[in-house]
Design a protein around this ligand. Sequence first.
Ligand code: NAG
Ligand code: NAG
Length: 258
Amino acid sequence: MELTCKVLLLLALCICHAESADPLGEFCNTNTNIGKGSQISANIDRLLAELVSKTPSNGFLATSFGKGRDQVFGLAQCRGDVSSSDCSSCIQDAANVIRRRCPNQADSRIGYDYCFLRYSNKSFAGEVDTSFGILLGNVANVTDPEKFKKELGALVDEIRAQAVEPRNGGLGKGETKLSELVTLYALVQCTRDLSPINCAQCLAIAVGNFENFCDNRKGCRVLYSSCYVRYELYPFFFPLDSKNTMAAGDTLMAIVYP
Ligand SMILES: *[C@@H]1O[C@H](CO)[C@@H](O)[C@H](O)[C@H]1NC(C)=O
Ligand SMILES: *[C@@H]1O[C@H](CO)[C@@H](O)[C@H](O)[C@H]1NC(C)=O
């Protein structure tokens, strides 16, 4: 990775999800610093209020607020398999946390497993953006890398094809049995402002990390501003096909850039 990276080793990260408002990561673009009492800052607050109130009903909203140089553009989206109540709490957390962590930046982004939120003084809808990235992987490796790579590749091809079907809202998900006891689960999600071709492009870049960062890891996530991919050896998307979603004790490793 050519960019400067923050590398964090998260020991025994707790996966008691829906419990904390900790994001996977956020990006505060320091090239877009703004004043606290500025009109644009007030517009961001209005924009966030609209995103919080209107996103959960269909899981996606791209909108703008204000005029001229103080106009701000925003996008919020929940993963397509997430309920509207989980969506609502995720977007609320996102809106609160991003204003605390990026109080003075017009271009800010924040990502969770269940949702993603961003705003900027520059219009960005429809564009593929992979400039901000979070890679999060299990430090443990699979035991049969050859077979795993083949099965993962086939599953990901299948769910990428789902994601670019307009009626699927950028979501693809599926599972495949690796053995009697082991099942592989994978999910891809594009932001819904993307055309199918741009969705395919973002996913290709995200899945490109399977070769390097994710290589043979038992689980891995890649989050960009335009798409998200994740695979695990336990169920993590809805509807859950078992109660056994815990990965407690797994050690994860993260790279956040820029
Ligand atoms: C966004 O804000 C930054 C910082 O105030 C400014 O430099 C930049 O020109 C603005 N961009 C647009 C498209 O207005
Ligand atoms: C997993 O495999 C990588 C090489 O592919 C190796 O560097 C790493 O130490 C392995 N991790 C464990 C926990 O064995």
